[in-house]
Design a protein around this ligand. Structure first.
Ligand code: AHG
Ligand code: MN
Ligand code: MN
Length: 366
């Protein structure tokens, strides 16, 4: 398609807004600022070890090596990506506050700027363990409405203001810094995909209506955790591994990138199922991934594309958050596979290890 006929992200947003003649345009403007933050991060990621755009190691603006609230060591790009999101979005008057994986507490909009009616929640760099090995990483974001009391009073935001179920998200998306940089976005009317045209510095609409196929023969799970899995997950994976000879009657492929954002993208493009389920590795952690800035935005994208996102027990978008950095078990992707995994959780007695049926097929049993 000639460049002149392609829609930019700006045009897509304006066309979407026309569905709501009363809309102010604040949401669009906020999304464009977030997309600029993503472009800035994409640039730094692309320069890699050349370090263009990265603060020098001595620079106190990016004190990497510290632990974040999850006890994970922050990479320089985790810290810098967080800064970029904050600086690109805090000035525009559309936000009442922000929260991120890399900040224990919500970020307050500085007094120099007006406050607005939205909340921005983000994971500035997802898959950051992959950054040193030049494998795809991304940024994930979720936009919520600030509680009316916050908007009316203009008061500082607190953790409780962000504890909204995923169904209330106004918009969600991610940028993927892969061989090309892409932005996948939902404003509640399906999912659109944009590819960064590096010559123009513009996200161009390349995937106008993304749909997740209902069926798949591809699953993604970190099987090094198999000894900690709950019986329904073991059953599901064992049945996939048994392939054509097993109850599924077809062979499956397995993938694991260790960047959830890249797995989500593969699944949006061609289907599949992703599992980072609740397991019994650490009784203090309900899962690996975080509800508000990983599971909910990706869950909304997947559901808006016709797929399904679940904890294994219930739709993830219906989980009332208890805390800002809450972890959760997450299963998402092709609808029929996710529903199957949910069914297995509802009939756990059939999944108990030790039953002849299960033991026979349990390839991960030690
Ligand atoms: P983050 O880099 O934001 O901390 O998230 C990493 C997450 C997710 O992207 C990925 O699916 C998962 O961690 C990988 O976990 P394992 O290291 O257990 O494979
Ligand atoms: Mn992450
Ligand atoms: Mn991260």
């Amino acid at each position: 398609m000639p460049l002149s006929q392609r829609w930019t992200l700006t045009r897509y947003l304006i066309e979407q807004r026309r569905r709501f003649p009363q809309a102010s345009g604040d949401l669009n403007s906020l999304i464009l600022d977030v997309s600029l933050a993503c472009k800035a991060i994409a640039r730094i990621v692309a320069f890699g070890a050349l370090g263009e755009g990265m603060p020098k190691p001595a620079d106190e603006a990016a004190p990497a090596g510290q632990l974040n609230v999850h006890g994970e060591t922050q990479k320089p790009l985790d810290v810098l990506g967080n800064e970029i999101f904050l600086r690109m979005s805090e000035w525009n008057g559309h936000l009442a506050g922000m929260a991120s994986e890399e900040m224990p507490q919500p970020h307050q909009i500085p007094s120099a700027y007006p406050r607005g009616k939205y909340l921005l929640v983000f994971d500035p760099l997802d898959g950051s363990s992959n950054i040193d090995v030049n494998v795809s990483v991304g940024s994930i974001f979720s936009i919520l409405r600030a509680p009316q009391a916050v908007v009316d009073s203009g008061r500082d935001v607190c953790e409780a203001d962000f504890l909204q179920t995923g169904t209330t998200q106004v918009a969600a998306g991610y940028a993927l810094y892969g061989p090309s940089t892409m932005l996948m976005l939902t404003v509640g009317n399906g999912v659109a995909g944009f590819t960064l045209n590096p010559n123009l510095g513009e996200f161009m609409l390349t995937h106008p209506s993304v749909r997740v196929p209902e069926d798949t023969q591809e699953f993604a799970i970190n099987s090094s955790n198999s000894r900690f899995w709950e019986p329904p997950v073991k059953r599901y994976v064992d049945e996939c591994l048994a392939g054509r000879a097993g109850v599924r009657g077809k062979d499956f492929n397995m993938r694991w990138i260790a960047s959830m954002v890249a797995e989500a993208h593969r699944i949006l493009m061609r289907g599949g199922v992703f599992l980072y389920p609740r397991d019994n590795k650490d009784p203090n952690k309900a899962g690996r991934l975080r509800l508000l800035y990983e599971a909910n935005p990706v869950g909304l994208l997947i559901e808006q594309a016709g797929g399904r996102a679940s904890t294994g027990r219930r739709p993830v978008l219906q989980v009332p958050p208890g805390e800002l950095h809450q972890r959760i078990g997450l299963v998402f992707g092709s609808r029929n596979e996710v529903e199957r995994i949910e069914r297995y959780h509802q009939e756990p007695e059939r999944c108990e290890a030790g039953t002849p049926l299960f033991a026979e097929r349990s390839l991960f049993r030690g």
